[in-house]
Design a protein around this ligand. Structure first.
Ligand code: MLT
Ligand code: MN
Ligand code: ZN
Length: 305
C-alpha cells in the first residue's frame, strides 16, 4: 500500500427491498423509472463497500443484487489471472433478504470473512442454503455490540443496536418494532480518525444514536418511506413504515425532524423504497430533503468523509 490509509465508501445500492423499479410495480416512481424518465435513477438494493486502501474492500451487507453491483463497480472486479476478488470481508447488519441474500453470490470458493452479531450468524447458519458459502474458506466471525474489531488492516468497525425488528421472513404473531438487540444493527466504520455510520434500518432515533451521529463525519441512514402511511395511501401495501421497522423521512419523529440537530454531519439517505417520492428529482419531497441538508443516495456514489 503506497498511499496513506483513507476511508473510502461506495454506495453499491441505494434502494430498499425490491429496488427501483421493482419487478412487479407500477407505482408513480416505478412508472417513471420503467419509462426511462431522467428524474428517476434506477437503484439496486442496499449495500455499501468500504476500504482503507482502495485494494481490499469490506461489504456492508450483501443484497440479492450483489452480482449486478459488482459488475457495475470497477473497484470490486477481480484482477490478474485466475481466481481473485478485492472483496475480502462481508459484514451483515441483519438477515433480511436485501441484507443477506447476496451471500449466495459469493459461493465460488473465495476466501473472505463474514462478520455479524452472534444472532445474525446463527440465523444464517440455521438456513442450510447458506452453507454453499463454505465456512472452511469463508469463516464467520461473531462480534459483540460495542466491541471494536478490524475486519481489514486499518479499518476499524463497531456494531451498535438500532431499534428494529426480526427480519420479515421470521415474523410471527405480534411483532415488536422497537427491539434494541442483535437483530438490526448499525455499523460505525473508521479509518485514520474519519468515521462513517451505516444505518439502513432504524425505527427510532435513541439518545445513544444521537450521540454516535453527532460524533461521525458521514451518515448513511434509513430513507425507506417518505411518509409513514405511503404504502397504504398508494394502495401498495398494508403496513406503515414504522410497522416495517423503518421510521419515515417526514412527519413527527421522522428522520428530517429527529436528525435536524446534526446539520454539520454529511447525511445521505439509503435503503430508499421505490414508493418514496423523494426519488423523483425536483419533487417537493426531494426539495424538502435537500433543504434540510440531506443527500439522496445513488448507486455508484463515492464518499470519502
Ligand atoms: C425491509 O427493509 O423492511 C425488508 O427488506 C423487507 C423485505 O425483505 O422485503
Ligand atoms: Mn430492507
Ligand atoms: Zn414501485
Amino acid at each position: 500500500m503506497s498511499e496513506a490509509p483513507r476511508l473510502r465508501a461506495i454506495v453499491l445500492g441505494s434502494g430498499a427491498g425490491g429496488g427501483v423499479p421493482q419487478w412487479n410495480c407500477g407505482c408513480r416512481v416505478c412508472r417513471l423509472a420503467w419509462g426511462g424518465d431522467p428524474r428517476v435513477s434506477w437503484r439496486t438494493q442496499s449495500g455499501l463497500a468500504v476500504s482503507a486502501d482502495a485494494e481490499r474492500w469490506l461489504l456492508l451487507n450483501a443484497s440479492i443484487d450483489l452480482r449486478q453491483q459488482i459488475l457495475a463497480t470497477p473497484a470490486l472486479r477481480p484482477r490478474g489471472e485466475g481466481r481473485h476478488s478485492p472483496i475480502a470481508a462481508v459484514l451483515l447488519t441483519g438477515t433480511d433478504v436485501d441484507i443477506a441474500g447476496g451471500l449466495l453470490t459469493l459461493r465460488e470458493r473465495q476466501p473472505l470473512t463474514i462478520w455479524g452479531t452472534r444472532q445474525t450468524l446463527d440465523t444464517i447458519a440455521g438456513n442450510r442454503i447458506f452453507s454453499v458459502v463454505a465456512d472452511d474458506i469463508a469463516p464467520r466471525r461473531a462480534v459483540a455490540l460495542g466491541e471494536a474489531f478490524e475486519p481489514l488492516p486499518g479499518l476499524k468497525v463497531e456494531l451498535f443496536p438500532t431499534p428494529g425488528k426480526v427480519p420479515l421472513w421470521l415474523e410471527e404473531g405480534d411483532v415488536s418494532t422497537d427491539i434494541e438487540g442483535e437483530h438490526t444493527v448499525g455499523a460505525a466504520v473508521e479509518v485514520a480518525g474519519r468515521q462513517l455510520l451505516y444505518i439502513p434500518g432504524c425505527s427510532r432515533v435513541t439518545e445513544a444514536l444521537h450521540a454516535r451521529i453527532g460524533a461521525c463525519h458521514a451518515l448513511f441512514f434509513d430513507g425507506t418511506l417518505y411518509a409513514d402511511d405511503e404504502m397504504i395511501r398508494t394502495g401498495l401495501g398494508e403496513k406503515t413504515g414504522r410497522r416495517m421497522g423503518h421510521l419515515p423521512v417526514s412527519g413527527p419523529g421522522g428522520s428530517l425532524e429527529s436528525l435536524a440537530p446534526h446539520k454539520s454531519v454529511r447525511r445521505i439517505y439509503v435503503h430508499i423504497n421505490n414508493s418514496n417520492p423523494m426519488l423523483i428529482e425536483g419533487s417537493r419531497e426531494a426539495q424538502a430533503a435537500a433543504a434540510a441538508g440531506w443527500e439522496i443516495g445513488r448507486d455508484g456514489m463515492e464518499v470519502s468523509p
